[in-house]
Structure formats: structure tokens, C-alpha cells
Write a protein that binds this ligand. Sequence first.
Ligand code: GDP
Length: 329
Amino acid sequence: MLNPFEKIKIPPEVEDFIKSYINKLPSIGGTTVKDREIRRIKSLEDSLSRYTDFINTFPRIDKLHPFYQEMVKIASGGDVDKLKMCLGAINRAVLLSRKITRQYISLIRKNPEEEANKLMRQCVGRVSSILRQRSECVSWSIKVAKTLRKLNAIDPSLPTIIIAGAPNVGKSTLVGKISSAKPEVASYPFTTKEIHVGHIDMRVYKVQVIDTPGILDRPMSKRNNIELQAINAIKNLEGIILFIFDVSKTSLYGSKEQIDLYKEVKSLGKKVIPVLNKIDEKDENLYTEIKSETNAQFEISAEKGEGIGELLNYVLSLIKNEIGNKILD
Ligand code: GDP
């Protein structure tokens, strides 16, 4: 699925729009003075389509995939209503501006030629002031749209293997190991860390693999609003979560911290498979405590590639049964 925000046509800031129009004015001529001033106004009217295009190419928020609706929430700082209000206000400003340009064109036609230039300037002044009243909205909506346009690495239409676990447990290493191509490194506004997005090419469909640094790696109580929204977004992906435990001697986290986090991730209501990683440097106590608590069936070394094949076969068969059919329907 194409990122629905990619096709948004970003308009200029209001001041840039006005400046560039005014700079263009001397180059617009005509057969008579009236004709010239009418052409100048028509050129203004045409340029306003930069804003209409912006509104028309901005996807209808209520119709978006829930994952993208969460992205809009995050990109707009939680104020989707402000975004809707701004888009509406820009639209109305353009409609009003168009009405004014048409009125002035007919005024120029009706009035003596000496009046034409003054009327054109009046028209530009009025349209500029209407647009300027919306300049804050324009600026802010452009910022939101630019953020949204960049979010094209995660595709919510694909079945997804979500790799969760505390920091440094081997999540991104695993994404690299199970993806068929080099994972893409993507920035999302909901985490300061980079997300790795890989793909596995099945014959009929693709499976997406993502890690979740800064999202599913800390207790819920420590999360800010944006991170909680990020979790909502992740919940909306069709997929299975692999929860990675570090059972090595060099683990940064003890068994309790990792198990508590695992329980929280399980409470999201998605299928979660516990996986013991760094088995090549296993710490017996950590290993036994985590294994007995979670009953984890998979023991791997993401770095050395051990146990990955069995894990992947299992996950892909689950995806095929649980998700693939639904997506292929
Ligand atoms: P993330 O923060 O969870 O994404 O963890 P990384 O994938 O960045 O891995 C953190 C560190 O653990 C890196 O130095 C990896 O090389 C190392 N690592 C990952 N998997 C294994 C493993 O199976 N065995 C060992 N010994 N080290 C690993």
C-alpha cells in the first residue's frame, strides 16, 4: 500500500506565495490595460490552486487505515481536530479569494480603464489579507503533512512480525537476520530511535519485520503520551509479536524487568511468542528463571544465526494460518 500521505501536494507558505505572485506581476502583459489587469487577477486565481491541491490531496482522515489515523494523531501533536479545522479554514479562504477575484474581474470590465490597475491592486490586497489570516494554519498543516509524507517504511497492509523486548536484547540484529533484503532504517515521530524495517518475500505475499526501539521496550508507566499513541499504532498492525529476552551474562536487564515487560506486551492482546536470545552466551540463572516463567520454546542466537530457521518457520506458518488468509481474502 502506498503511504496515503505521499501524494499530498505541499503548498508554499502564505508569505512566499504572495511574494512570488507579486514578483511575477510585471511579466504579465495584455493587449489593453484592462486585459492586462484581468490576466494578472486570473493568474492569482490559478495560483490559488496550490492550496486547493493541498486540501484535495490530503487524505480523508476518517477513512484512513487505523495505523495511519494514529500517525495523524501523533504528527498533529494529538490535535486532529485542529488539523481538520485548519484544512477547512484554508479551503474556505481559497473559496472566498476566488469569489473576490471574480468580483474584481467584473468590476474591471465595468469600470473605466484608468481604474483597472487600482482595482487589480485592491484585489491582490484583499486576497493577501484573507490568506494571511490563515498563515498560521497553513504553516502548521504543512509541517504535519511533511511529517506524514515521510512515514512510508511501515506498510499496515502487510502481515507483520513485530520484534519487541528491552533495549539491547538483539531486536535489530534479529530483523536483519530474518529479512530477505537489507532492512530499511526509518525515522518515525513517535520514537527518537531508528526503526528497522525488513521484508520476507513469501511467494504470494510479503511479510514485514519491524523492531520497536523506544516503543515496546519500557514499562507503560514510564511512557509519555506519544509513546502510548505509538503503541496504539503498533496494535493496529496485523501481526505477531516476537518478544525477545536477553539471557546472556552481559544482559543489561534482570529476569524480573524483562518478564514484567513481557507481561505488559502480552496485555496488548496480540499473539506474543517469547524467544530467548544470546543463547551462545547464556547465563544459567537468567536463562532458567525466564524459561520457567515464560515457557519459551525458542532459543536462538540472533548474532550467530542459531535457531533462527525453526523460529521463522513457526512464525511464518502462524502468519499463513492466522493472517495470510485474512489478508488474501
Ligand atoms: P536492540 O537494541 O534490541 O535492537 O539490540 P541490537 O540488535 O542492537 O543488539 C545489541 C547487542 O547485542 C549488539 O552488540 C549485538 O551484536 C548483540 N547481540 C545480538 N544478538 C546476539 C546474540 O545472539 N548473541 C550475542 N552474544 N550477542 C548478540
